[in-house]
Design a protein around this ligand. Sequence first.
Ligand code: F0G
Length: 461
Amino acid sequence: MPKLEKRAWAEPFKIKVVEPLRMTTREYREQALKEAGYNTFLLRSRDVYIDLLTDSGTNAMSDNQWAGMMLGDEAYAGSENFYHLEEQVRKYYGYKYLVPTHQGRGAEHLISQILIKPGDFVPGNMYFTTTRLHQELAGGTFVDVIVDEAHDSESLHPFKGNIDLSKLAHLIDRVGADKIAYVTVAATVNMAGGQPISMQNLRDVRDMAHRLDIKVVLDATRAIENAYFIKTREPGFETHSIANILLEMCSYSDACTMSGKKDLLVNIGGFLAMNDREIFEEARNLVVVYEGLHTYGGLAGRDMEAMARGIEEAVQEDHIRARIGQVEYVGERLLSIGIPIVVPIGGHAVFLDAKRFLPHLKQLEFPAQTLAAELYLESGIRTMERGIVSAGRDSVTGEHTFPKLELVRLTFPRRVYTQAHCDVVTEAVEAVHDRRHDVRGLQMVYEPKYLRFFQAKFERI
Ligand code: F0G
């Protein structure tokens, strides 16, 4: 008898509550898509079968987190849940001070206002939409210093999220260390395809920055997923726990911004954490203006409790292995039938390479936007454009920026979909791939001023 291949992972949970999904017809979806201006952000969620738009705030909470919700201390000041969250952030992330925010961009806003002066530069490992916008609104200019491999969807570099130290040094030489507000380091790098940064690179960046008295701010949104890649890819970390790797990663930065809606298994929440007392004092002042008192930062007590409990669940080895295992399962199935995706497969998502998928479309015919629309039409699957629409316009010249990568993100919420759902997804991608030569591009007919990908509208050419 031939033997079954042993699986590397399985879900470390069972399902207790279910949420029914609605199936729709192709004619229905054609109409819904037209009304949404071919923008998946503008679809109604009830018209979506499998929602891979984002892994942000779409996680399934555990019974333990739901139980914690009942222990929400909804006092205006000094909520018990704040102190629990503070304790957990200290224990697992290692920073001394915590300022809760309603979500990640709330923290980005505060740190940008505190550390950036007009005319400053902020180097980082590829932009993220909201992060860069807050840096620009504070008067800064973001400079991408990620390794070149990050822009190559076919490069098998194990740490495509790394900072290119010579690019960083060159920028510092050119503008002077006093013009660098801080180095912004993301782990993992969302726009590069969920690609990790290595521990060695984090250490080197810290060394270079600190020699010149420059601060390092970590975007810790998916740092736990990054820790898994360090454990499985970086020599010397095989036997370290995810929790220990996370702590060491954070130790190479002065502060972090956090969107708890990803790694931390909640539906809302974020924080800014730091070691510097003065930055903390300023953040505590500002948070009152924009988010809420410094012991709730725009969150209900119950939200802070769910996040505090989520931190502990998120660093469990079985959890993270199954989480990334599911994403890799989909990526490997797609690779096996020759679908062009970003490799290595990322932590939170599989990224289709729309330039290679639809090579007959020019970049201004929005290949990734088009492919996301076609996937919805095919099977009711909702995905997200990460290409020229997301990249937006140059803040100085007003021209489109043309990113090298034109991607469609299939983002997996944590603990939400089953393996059969995953198979439906791969079959839908295959079906669109089979008829790719007939796919026509889009033209933009409405363009908002900020973060245009959220609300832009398109028509078929
Ligand atoms: N940093 C990264 C790397 C992110 O991916 C996000 C959000 C944020 C910061 C901002 O956090 O949404 O809580 O304000 N990313 C979502 C996504 C929107 O779909 O990738 P937020």
